[in-house]
Design a binder for this molecule. Sequence first.
Ligand SMILES: Nc1nc2c(c(=O)[nH]1)N[C@H]1C(S)=C(S)[C@@H](COP(=O)(O)O)O[C@H]1N2
Ligand SMILES: [Mo]
Length: 538
Amino acid sequence: MSFVGRWVKVLATGLLAGLVAVLFMTVVLALLRLFVGVGLPAELGGDRFLPTFDVKEFLKLLGQNGGPVASKRKALTSGFGGQIGVGVAFGMLYSFIVELGRRRNPERPRPLGLSIAGALFVGVTLLIIWAVTIAVLWPTLGTNNRGLLTSIAVVVSAIGFFILYASYGIALVLVYRFITSRRPLREPAPVGEPIGRRAFVAGVGGLVLAAASGGLVKKLYDDSTLSYDGLKYEGVDVEHITPNDRFYVVTKNIIDPNPTKAAWRLTVDGAVEKPRTYDFDDIVSLPSVEQETTLGCISNGIGGGLMSNAIWKGTPLSNLLEDVNPKSDVVDALVHAVDGYTHDVRFEKIMAETTILAYEMNGVPLPQRHGYPARILVPGYYGEGSVKWINRIELYERPVEDRYYGKQGWKSEHFKTVSRFDSARFDPLQPNRAREIKVAAGEPVTLRGRAFSGDKGISKVEVSTDDGRTWDEAKIDYAPSRIVWAFWSYVWRPEDSGGHELVVRATDGDGKPQIKKSKNGISDGATGYDTLTADVRA
Ligand SMILES: Nc1nc2c(c(=O)[nH]1)N[C@H]1C(S)=C(S)[C@@H](COP(=O)(O)O)O[C@H]1N2
Ligand SMILES: [Mo]
């Protein structure tokens, strides 16, 4: 066989062994993610680096990648794809090193029939990669999707990555040896030429592993947030209480955590006299309340649908905080979650009567995507403060700034009053997102919509049918409390045919009007009036 032909055969063997090994590693990775809750490198890498971006750069990055959902898909796909590419290339490098050694000294007996240089290369390189992984991802290693305590999760993640890389290295070395030697493993025989039939067997093994890893990776995609992140609540049939499966969703995660009730704990510590860790039974044994509460996202645009309302069951957070004896100078709290998310809540707000730790939503246990087994609700804050999958409340005697989104520069302000038209969406003949309605002159038409102020209630909603020149008061049909949205309606009898610009604005329960200045400022909450065009026919 020619010189070139022989090297092609060697590198092809390395490619095959590398592929089989990396498919095996992918199976291990998926199992660690699904059953042990260890974060995927793509997930932890995102959590490690995305918060360090300035909010403008972050949004630009998401935009360049087709928005948040497409970016998450890309991260997942390039994570798995990149891993396979590197695994295959590394296998070829391994075969090159083994073959060089064999050429220099073909007859040297080798323990277990393995190339010392090759095994050293694999072992040392993977150890270095492991150490770099741990060092780089260190701040995120406490994340565990099954809800393990942070201190345990760090160790589990470190061991998980060790097992992951070891599974690749051991598989690579053994598969390569299997293809290149007929001798039993215990014989210190030299590595030989690749054997065709054995390569075929390894290939079949590779196919089986490809099917297994493909199935598991598909399960991860199916479990991922790609199908529901950014879900809005709007349509022809908006109700006072949002059904759980239509409640808007915003999550930073590629795959949301799924903590088990058994493993889940909530620790209250920091500037307290008696830190305490609660399990789920402790929480449900505390006095409970049922509270209707509306949430709205800070990134909701003018007239947007990232807003929903539910009846939550839980316990006021003050019940837990009174237990731990907070120090007298406590002013702030950093709330942590299983997914590594953090958000700060003023201590005063934590102690407010309506700030609750919720574990039921509309009569059923909290759905996974809404924070199972428990989340907080912080009326008056944007949704980002209502931390899902909560696992720790850390009290501070100074203001804390190091929240997940805060590092990007997202503001943590009071919810800014919003109002919107749902009319177009109440008409089954109009497409959901239509910004124009067709009406007949002289015939009354009922315009409808929602308004929300966080925790101040809605005292007044006004509608203009002439682009803001004159305003008329709408009827408030539903406004059960200050922390729930209001539904309004307004009967309009258009006189003149042609285009009319309809505008809506609200006033909160303290008499403070909605901000007029139109600004789709995503990082500090949009302001400005929602509009709707009416095409009036004679
Ligand atoms: N742990 C955790 N909590 C979180 C988030 C998150 O990504 N992780 N997203 C926040 C944001 S930005 C919003 S708007 C609300 C959305 O809650 P929902 O998905 O239940 O509607 O959850 C908040 N709580
Ligand atoms: Mo949000």
